[in-house]
Design a protein around this ligand. Structure first.
Ligand SMILES: Cc1ncc(COP(=O)(O)O)c(C=O)c1O
Length: 403
């Protein structure tokens, strides 16, 4: 496909598609191998984005592809009326990697959070009819459906969609006192819900004491602690879940993104004592947990579960941080480097959009969020040689910027 073909695609995109994502980059990826993507002109790129933390095992991972091919050959979808071997195995693996409980499969992160919100409200009803409030935090992102959007602590996401779903109390992130005060005067809170690294608002990390205190007060008050692991889960931070860095025991986890390695799937995992609250007919989805999506999730979790795999993610993350820290000593536009595992952010002192465009021209796919935060989220399977090459490009970009 020539450049003019890319231009043609861009005009067809404008003609046939909603423009809610803004103008797309003039790049159409046609294939990939592990952490390398190839575009319409056969130009190669190092992928430091993974389709927004989705392509967790990269492109063309042999075991992943084998599992998908085998499943497509057998059966893709039958509905939740029937037993589903792949769904059972995916749920078993989620339990094994997190805590004993049960899983409900959906199709996206927003839907996983929607399920968690509904389950929390059902739980609240067991306390009192008015116990439906859920505390969430400023800067959070939980999705674009009405429930998950209303839970989200960013006005720009909700603008123009009012009236929102009532019942969310949005408090300052990393400020336990405010949360404690709210809980001491409001007996109608059924749950607290949070991300541990706020991905969309700029890789903002939850303080350990803040999270541990919330976990403690939720236990004392007998309310639920929901952790949104949609972006951080399934190995991204170097543990299967980010909550495992915090030494806490949440009641509900939500997943999506990396769980299916690119095949759409979401999941809510909850403790056994909550499962009865979704009795027959109370909640469901047609596609949720179909054979293909769950075969993908099983294949991804088998890769993540391999010996030393999670440690390798931590090591790769440390390598990136080290190189960036060195760079930051000479480059003034780097304000801060933060994150865990392969879920990293560089806060710049200036907007990062131009930086992303220049990176793309050099063959590096990155993303800028919250205006000034460059996110680094390569496939978890990226090899050290490719990672080093990607960091060389980063260095070149920053040093050029300095001139
Ligand atoms: C933490 C978090 N929760 C929920 C969502 C929504 O997921 P989805 O886009 O799959 O609906 C996202 C997406 O970016 C997310 O980062």
């Amino acid at each position: 496909m020539s450049k003019s073909k890319a231009q043609l695609l861009a005009s067809l995109d404008k003609k046939f598609l909603f423009q809610n994502y803004g103008e797309r980059f003039p790049v159409c990826f046609t294939k990939g191998k592990n952490a390398i993507l190839v575009d319409q002109n056969n130009k190669k790129y190092i992928d430091f984005l993974s389709g927004i933390a989705v392509s967790s095992v990269g492109y063309g991972h042999p075991a992943f592809i084998r599992a998908l091919h085998a499943q497509i050959d057998k059966v893709i979808h039958t509905s939740n009326f029937f037993l589903n071997k792949e769904q059972i195995e995916a749920a078993r693996l989620i339990s094994a990697h997190t805590f004993p409980g049960k899983t409900l499969f959906v199709n996206s992160g927003a839907e996983a959070n929607e399920a968690a919100i509904k389950l929390a409200r059902r739980f609240g009803k067991t306390i009192s009819p008015d116990c439906f409030y859920i505390i969430t935090f400023t800067g959070s992102f939980h999705g674009r459906t009405y429930g998950s959007m209303s839970a989200t602590g960013q006005d720009k996401i909700k603008k123009g969609f009012e009236p929102l779903l009532p019942g969310f109390i949005i408090l300052p992130f990393n400020d336990f006192e405010t949360c404690k005060n709210e809980l001491s005067r409001n007996n109608n809170v059924c749950a607290v819900m949070t991300e541990l690294i706020q991905g969309e608002s700029g890789i903002n990390i939850a303080d350990k004491t803040f999270i541990q205190n919330i976990a403690k007060i939720c236990k004392e008050k007998k309310i639920l602690f929901i952790i949104d692991e949609v972006q951080t889960g399934v190995g991204r931070t170097g543990k299967f879940c980010a909550y495992q860095h915090y030494g806490i025991e949440p009641d509900i986890l939500t997943f999506a993104k990396g769980l299916g390695g690119g095949v759409p799937i979401g999941a809510m995992h909850a403790r056994e004592n909550l499962v009865h609250l979704f009795e027959k007919g109370s909640h469901g989805t047609t596609f949720g947990g179909n054979h293909l999506a769950c075969a993908a999730a099983v294949a991804v979790m088998k890769v993540i579960g391999k010996k030393n795999f999670l440690t390798s993610i931590q090591k790769k993350g440390e390598y990136i941080k080290e190189r960036l820290k060195k760079l930051a000593t000479t480059v003034s536009i780097i304000k801060e480097i933060r994150g865990l595992g392969l879920h990293l952010g560089i806060e710049l002192t200036e907007p990062g959009t131009e930086f992303v465009n220049r990176a793309l021209a050099y063959g590096l796919v990155i993303n800028c969020t919250a205006e000034r935060i460059i996110r680094i989220m390569p496939p978890l399977t990226i090899d050290m040689k490719t990672l080093k090459k990607g960091m060389d490009i980063f260095e070149k970009l920053f040093l050029e910027e300095k001139k």
